[in-house]
Every structure is written in structure tokens, then in C-alpha cells.
Ligand binder design. Structure first.
Ligand code: 13P
Length: 255
């Protein structure tokens, strides 16, 4: 059955030393307290990646990821970071298409399709983010938006590539606002995403795809969200900056 994952997205927070000490705290707590088969992923700024990978060695429930990667393999793109570089320090995951990248950096579905290809080519597992804005939800366009984000961003992939993805549903109106989607609202979209995946790749692939919820997820609301049949974990922003909160969310999947 599909993997349960709780991924932290630190965004542009924590200097190098702050990041290392938070991560050290987290991995010790995870070692002592996490009892299930779930995986905890920490997606840090590029600056921390190499050190976090080194610290995580021997902790089999913890993986490390980046928050973005460039769409070209290499070249004259001053200031950018390639998928190959991320892979070379031992990171396993990369978040692609986060709504902040779409909103502030103009990332489109077409661009994200290219980023996905390059990430997969370099053996990174993309955590591919989709989600509607408040305006789109109020105009009742959310299903259409989600469908086109999937179709244009990732449905060009062959099945053997698609199965390496994690999908994250993050309604933009729930990110950093303290307003979480209700478990029914989130489940409704997660079920829809799985139906769309089944229509494209078949039921077995759909059943095996991990679909995360993100948006004001915290230790209080995570148990109800993660109890929904199509919610396989979370992508956590603010609460991933506190070791106690993040590990408590990871522990929702304890057995
Ligand atoms: P918050 O948990 O802070 O709402 O952020 C969610 C998010 O954007 C994770 O990628």
C-alpha cells in the first residue's frame, strides 16, 4: 500500500546553525518516538541540504529534500541550483510547483512539467504541489484548476516515471493563514485527484500514489485530516519549524 509521509517545508527560514540544531532535535525525537512505517521528510533551503543529509545517516525514517530546482540540466543560469547538484549531496526529494513559486516567481504548469522531467532524470522524487486560490474556489473552479495542474504539469509522464511522484494538495487560501481546509473539503479534492490519476494511469497506480495535504496543518488538526481515506500525510509549513509540533504530526501515523 502507499507510503505515509509527513514532509516539512522550512521555506526561507532558519540560518545554517539554526537549521542544523532544529534538525538534530527532530531526528532524535523521531528515533525515540516514531513507531510506524511513516517517513518524515525535511525540505530545507539549499544551504542546509548537505549537512542535513549527513546528520540523517542511520535514521531510516528521515529523508531530506530541496524546495525547488532549475529546469535546465546545467549552464549559464547565474544563481540557480540544478537537480543534479541537489542529488549529489544526497537529498532524495524536491518540492516542485509550490504555490509561492507559482505566485511570486511566475512558475507555470508548462515550466513545472520541464522541472519535473529534469528532477526525475536526476533521480529526485518530486513532491508536486497543486491547489486553487480562494478566488478560484469561490468561483467554483477548483476541480478544473486541479485537473489542469495535473494534466499540464505531470500527466505527460510515462507510468514508470509518474509512480515516483508524491502529489501535495495545498489550497492557497489555507497556506500560512491558520485557516485549514476541513477534513471533508480536503478529502473531496484528494479523492478527485485519485480519480484523475486512475483515469490516466489506472486504478493500481492511483491506489499507490501518496497524496499529501498542506495548509495550516498542525498537531491538533492532523489526526482528523490524516484519518481521511485519501489523505496520506501532510506538507507542513509553519509547524515544521518547531520540533515538538512537527514530530507530533509525524506521530499521527504511529502504530
Ligand atoms: P503552513 O503549514 O504554514 O500553512 O504552510 C503550508 C505550506 O505551504 C507547506 O508547503
Amino acid at each position: 500500500m502507499r507510503k505515509k509521509i509527513v514532509a516539512g517545508n522550512w521555506k526561507m527560514n532558519l540560518d545554517y546553525n539554526e537549521g542544523l540544531s532544529l534538525f538534530s532535535e527532530m531526528i532524535n525525537m523521531i528515533r525515540d518516538e516514531v513507531t510506524g512505517k511513516q517517513e518524515a521528510v525535511v525540505c530545507s533551503p539549499f544551504i542546509h541540504l548537505h549537512s542535513l543529509v549527513q546528520l540523517s545517516k542511520g535514521y531510516d525514517k528521515v529523508s531530506v529534500g530541496a524546495q525547488n530546482a532549475y529546469q535546465a540540466e546545467s549552464g549559464a543560469y547565474t544563481g540557480e541550483i540544478s537537480a543534479k547538484m541537489i542529488k549529489s549531496v544526497g537529498a532524495e526529494y524536491v518540492i516542485l510547483g509550490h504555490s509561492e513559486r507559482r505566485q511570486y516567481f511566475g512558475e507555470t504548469n508548462d515550466l513545472l512539467a520541464k522541472k519535473t522531467d529534469v528532477a526525475l532524470k536526476n533521480d529526485l522524487k518530486p513532491i508536486f504541489c497543486i491547489g486553487e486560490t480562494l478566488q478560484e474556489r469561490e468561483a467554483n473552479q477548483h476541480f478544473g484548476i486541479i485537473k489542469s495542474q495535473l494534466q499540464e504539469g505531470v500527466f505527460h509522464l510515462e507510468e514508470d516515471q509518474f509512480v515516483k511522484l508524491v502529489i501535495a494538495y495545498e489550497p492557497v487560501w489555507a497556506i500560512g493563514t491558520g485557516v485549514t481546509a476541513s477534513s471533508d473539503q480536503a478529502q473531496e479534492i484528494h479523492a478527485f485527484i485519485r480519480i484523475e490519476i486512475a483515469a490516466k494511469y489506472g486504478q493500481e497506480v492511483a491506489n499507490n500514489t501518496t497524496i499529501l495535504y498542506g495548509g495550516s496543518c498542525n498537531p491538533k488538526n492532523a489526526p482528523e485530516l490524516f484519518a481521511q481515506p485519501d489523505i496520506d500525510g501532510g506538507l507542513i509549513g509553519g509547524a515544521s519549524l518547531k520540533s515538538r509540533d512537527f514530530v507530533d504530526i509525524v506521530k499521527v501515523f504511529n502504530q
